[in-house]
Design a protein around this ligand. Sequence first.
Ligand code: 2NL
Length: 368
Amino acid sequence: MTNDAIPNLSAYDDDSLDKAFTALQKQAQADAAAMAGLDDLEAFRLKWLGRKQGLLNDVSSRWLKAAPPEAKKSVGERFKSLKSLVESLLDSAEGAGPSDAALAAEAIDITLPGTRRLTGAEHPITRTLNEIVSVFAALGYSVGVGPEVETDFYNFESMNFPPGHPARDTQDTLVVACQERRPLRDRLLLRTHTSPVQMRTMEQQPPPVRIVIPGKVHRNDAQDATHSPIFHQVEGLCVDRNITFSDLKGTLDHAMKALFGSSVKTRFFPSFFPFTEPSADVQISCIFCGGKGCRKCKQSGWIELLGCGMVDPAVFAFAAEKQPAYDPRKISGFAFGMGVERIAMMKYGISEIGQFYAGDMRFLGQFA
Ligand code: 2NL
């Protein structure tokens, strides 16, 4: 709707006035009929009734005010009826609300599917880690965490790694640069296991202790299908009077059944760790073939899953420097450590460790 200017009137006789006003009435009716939405309604109001530029204002100043005195009355009457026509057109348009066409144009199709929000989910490593921790929490274990940047003392010396042990070599351990001026025991490195947190716990609290330590650990290893320089571990420690190897066996047998199903069997093989004596590797009956022998268990029916053992008296001796109650003649304990990635790979049938860290949504989406 554009504002068509109102021409000046050349004659004020009844015929001319009728002609001029009828043309405006028709235009008002046509404008009203063309209105579709609220915006049009406002435009109509402005065009006809606008205080400054409205057509009726123009009509009033050009026709009514300019009329000779004898024509004022007839122009005035016609002006009044034009004005009430415009107002009633506006009233009925307002009452009617938007036209069907306007409503249809703005309509929302409520049958269309909504915008789906992606569901967040725990990363499979976090999920597995929490699951392992819950199994031990249910047995009364507390949960501890500690620094990833550790000293040589907590990571190696207190864990009974003898001087010159190959694990201390930078071939295996990622060390913080420029530490050479410090005594060996204070040099910083990225922890290679979570055992330092257990040693710190023993220094802080006397026995009994039952604790699990989940966390990230670092090794100077090349990545392949099953190895990564950064991975996750859950280690556990139980110290009390009269803790025996059968407590260790019973605890880990229960934990493996809780993690992999009650039909899983366990067996313990002699092994070696500097920090436990005796030490053992724990095998579980193959969860893929039930123990019959398959490609996954290399036809043996067993899969090696974690390491464990009775805490070496030399480790207790380091704890006893700060907490004398860790006297290996009075107390004993067991400890164990497992790789979270390895367990997650078995549980979910994942063959490439790199999948956990690649951030590929096609992989991660399967855990949502
Ligand atoms: C493995 C084996 C193990 C421990 C970790 C431990 C901690 C303290 C004292 C003694 Cl404070 N031992 N931890 C013991 C045996 C095995 O981990 O293969 N981990 C992936």
